[in-house]
Design a protein around this ligand. Structure first.
Ligand code: DHB
Ligand code: MG
Length: 235
């Protein structure tokens, strides 16, 4: 087997972006404004953003919840997927970030679809209980709170809701037993919850893209009461 080379992997990523994502003025402007505002460049990679978009369209998502807006990059990808009558609720803890994101989202032409809720995830999420269920939940915020966010994803979703959890590999650090960094601990706890909590059925993929080596977990919310003989089938 060919040795994995990060140089070649990055060339491959650039190639895939060139072939399948292409140039996008509104998204480029969102990233540029995010940088000018001093936010870290930790938005999802172009292929990751488009993956969210494709997944949202595949399931016909009309109501999307995003936890962690940052500069609005992934928000724009998601908002483009929900269509005219669709709705994206995105939660951002930093008011300054939210302001930058608002401008970028409006400039991208999807302002009508996006509601930015400023506040700490836990506080805002509580206010959403009882609303219509979300079809897709994208979790991309402080990793320490992954289990709390997953719990809300299940509560604010319905059976079939798609949940995407970002940054589950972190340069492979999740398997370093001596790594007790709070974010890494939060990532492991999130993955363990996806395994143990009967409300989820999940898998994960490693990614090697413009953001380096990381990964996403992809889960569906299931009805824990419903018998499903596909569960743990095979093997
Ligand atoms: C970090 C957070 C992210 O959501 C991400 O995609 C990459 C990095 C971070 O906190 O370092
Ligand atoms: Mg992320």
């Amino acid at each position: 087997m060919t040795e994995l080379s990060s140089t070649r992997a990055h060339r491959v990523d650039r190639y895939l972006v060139e072939v399948l994502v292409g140039e996008d003025a509104a998204l480029d402007a969102a990233v540029a404004d995010q940088k000018v505002a001093g936010m870290p460049d930790i938005e999802v990679a172009p292929t990751g953003g488009k993956l969210l978009h494709v997944l949202a369209r595949a399931i016909g998502a009309r109501r999307v919840l995003e936890i962690g807006t940052l500069g609005g990059y992934s928000t724009i990808w998601l908002a483009r997927a929900v269509g005219q009558g669709g709705h994206v609720v995105t939660i951002e803890a930093e008011p300054d970030n939210a302001q930058v994101a608002r401008r970028s989202i409006d400039r991208a032409g999807v302002g009508e679809q996006v509601e930015i809720r400023v506040g700490r995830g836990a506080d805002v999420l509580r206010t959403l209980v009882g609303d219509d269920p979300f079809d897709l939940v994208f979790i991309d915020a402080d990793k320490e709170s992954n289990t709390l966010y997953l719990d809300f994803a299940a509560r604010l979703g319905r059976p079939g809701t798609l949940v995407v959890l970002d940054n589950v590999v972190r340069d492979g650090r999740i398997v370093d037993k001596d790594d007790h960094d709070s974010q890494i601990v939060g990532v492991r706890a999130g993955l363990a919850m996806l395994r143990d909590d009967p409300r989820f059925e999940a898998t994960a993929l490693q990614t090697l893209d413009a953001k380096g080596w990381d990964g996403i977990a992809i889960a569906i919310v299931v009805d824990p009461g419903a018998a499903d003989d596909r569960t743990h089938a095979g093997g």
